[in-house]
Design a protein around this ligand. Structure first.
Ligand code: GDP
Ligand code: FE
Ligand code: FE
Ligand code: FE
Length: 187
């Protein structure tokens, strides 16, 4: 396992609170991976690296998006939306991660997407329900995650879209694509 290497790489790039969140995501992702029979090493790596770009400079991230031809829609959005795709780029270029499933789990951990893999769902859900998260409804999400991965993904994306709409925040198209996909799959 590359756990210590990745943990020491992320630690100086984020405040203590975000590091503690990351440890929570790692533990939750490992627990979900065990339950739903996903590769533990892949879950661990994706979880540790998921927020590696969270505190990167926004303009630098826009430059990375342009220079590397990442999704063109990204340039009009802020670091909340940029840090997943740019984090995946860092994982690939700095840590030489080639496993596309790990890269996608990092890339789409904020928005989800249509057609998520099991690993992508695990990271998305773990990010939302790790033990340090506190918001109304999180206990219900934790309970569903113990029972059914797809129902948990559905409950999480519904929670997220509801929250964004209620607080009048713009919704990134990929988040909507995720919502539409998940809703049509488990009608
Ligand atoms: P974190 O990095 O661990 O805080 O969690 P995430 O990467 O999942 O989310 C970062 C922020 O992006 C949160 O405040 C989410 O509410 C927000 N977010 C998620 N999806 C969208 C979206 O479609 N549009 C906007 N504007 N924000 C979003
Ligand atoms: Fe994040
Ligand atoms: Fe999230
Ligand atoms: Fe996170």
């Amino acid at each position: 396992m590359e756990r210590d290497k990745y943990l020491s790489a992320i630690k100086p790039r984020m405040p203590e609170k975000r590091y503690i969140h990351t440890i929570g995501v790692m533990e939750t992702a490992l627990s979900l991976a065990r339950k739903y029979d996903e590769d533990l090493s892949a879950a661990e790596t994706a979880a540790i690296l998921h927020d590696i770009a969270k505190y990167a400079d926004e303009e630098w991230m826009r430059t990375i998006v342009k220079e590397n031809n990442l999704d063109g829609r990204l340039v009009n959005w802020g670091s909340e939306i940029l840090h997943g795709p740019v984090g995946a780029w860092i994982a690939e270029t700095e840590f030489n991660i080639t496993n596309e499933d790990i890269l996608n789990a990092i890339r789409f951990h904020t928005t989800g997407r249509a057609g998520m893999s099991r690993l992508e769902k695990i990271i998305y859900i773990a990010d939302m329900i790790e033990p340090n998260r506190k918001f109304d409804g999180v206990e219900k999400l934790r309970k569903v995650a113990e029972e059914d991965l797809d129902l948990a993904m559905k409950a999480c994306i519904i929670h997220s879209i509801r929250f964004l709409a209620k607080s009048e925040q713009p919704i990134y198209p990929v988040s909507i694509e995720c919502f539409n996909d998940v809703i049509s799959r488990n009608a």
